[in-house]
Ligand binder design. Sequence first.
Ligand code: AMP
Length: 464
Amino acid sequence: MSFDSLGLSAELLRAISDQGYTEPTPIQRKAIPVILEGKDVMAGAQTGTGKTAGFTLPLLQRLSEKPAPKGRRPLRTLVLTPTRELAAQVAESIETYGRHLPLRSAVVFGGVKINPQIDKLRRGVDILVATPGRLLDHANQKTVDLSQVEILVLDEADRMLDMGFIHDIRKVLAMLPSNASRQNLLFSATFSSDIKQLANRLLNNPELIEVAQRNTTAERIEQVVYPVDKGRKRELLSHLIGEQNWRQVLVFTRTKHGANRLAQQLEKDGLTAAAIHGNKSQGARTRALAGFKNGDVRVLVATDIAARGLDIDQLPHVVNFELPNVPEDYVHRIGRTGRAGNEGEAISLVCIDEHKLLRDIERLLKRKIPSVVLDGYEPDPSIKAEPIQNGRNGKGGGRSSQPRKRATGGNRGKPSGNSNAPKATRKPARRKPAGAQAKPQSHRSRAGGGQEKAALLGGGYRGK
Ligand code: AMP
């Protein structure tokens, strides 16, 4: 199926072909015609499925079909995103796909100066992409007028709720025209009861669009668990990166402090590394991301919130240095890899403290993740599980609504809590020549990964 049959205008088709896209992804096939009809949409789709174009293309078309009134342009479309990075990426997509249309867009988020944003808003924009906090700053200063918004998009709504933005979202909604007079589009990777509640309030008779089974897209990505003692994780990570010659690896830690410390330790091991998290200035985050994208930074260490929405093409390796407290975050994390039909692998370094977290993740995925004990890195059976230190004070992390997960003593002393999982023993990785494609039975060669991903993304889906 080509883009031509979706009802998009010649200008948009031209922008799509400029990008080299030949076929719409499943979410695009389903969402574009429905949004063009003017219907409300509740869509279950993760980052990496092409969802941004799925809502951007039809909203650009709807706006261009009804040109802005003469004089100062009213703001007609508002896209809310949870993070600055996602806001920047959505804004970039709007620019890219709207390049042949006479529409104006802007993006506003915190952590950068507000005055240039005010100047841009003053000149008039049709579409605004915003994070909730900075949008409210503008609204309070009366530098943005939301009273004529015709299309509202909540992107990654689940993450916005996780980050505690519900009050800000309510305030924004109160400034918009009534639900009935606008089109509302809600995108979310997961459908918790909170999301359903928000959707009930926000959406009118929505079309429900789902492209992957709820909460289970992780099945499509090659995954492996390496059981290892907590104190040896860094050593194992450096070793894997060097020995397998990974050039671009995204590593997740649970805390900001942990991200900083790991990035510093990896630098000491001779790897170029940078940390990205909410305490970093926007400039530092942008630099770290740019360095990672252009290959100057080999390892990007990130917390969940900072990494949300990062669109890094063809990211081959994601490592969970620590498992997330919230199982859904595992799905989000590993969604960073193997994007746009490319192969990818997700590796989790799991110590005894994290066995409960691993079980929670496997329950959510409804499957066991293959567990591989690497020779030379076998967990010490005398080490007992300890409660997980989150390094959070209930604020800062923005996730205080989530219950803390703690490792219980249920697996005390066992080398692996995942005893039913398929196991393999490998030759000591450290004895391989550096840069060799290591393992006799590489998990890259396990059946299915690439094809499964292609199936998820649709036959003709390909990366840029
Ligand atoms: P998203 O899920 O919106 O973050 O998109 C993930 C990636 O897929 C982005 O790098 C897009 O540029 C790319 N993409 C979006 N639509 C298509 C398509 N139809 N064909 C190939 N790549 C696409």
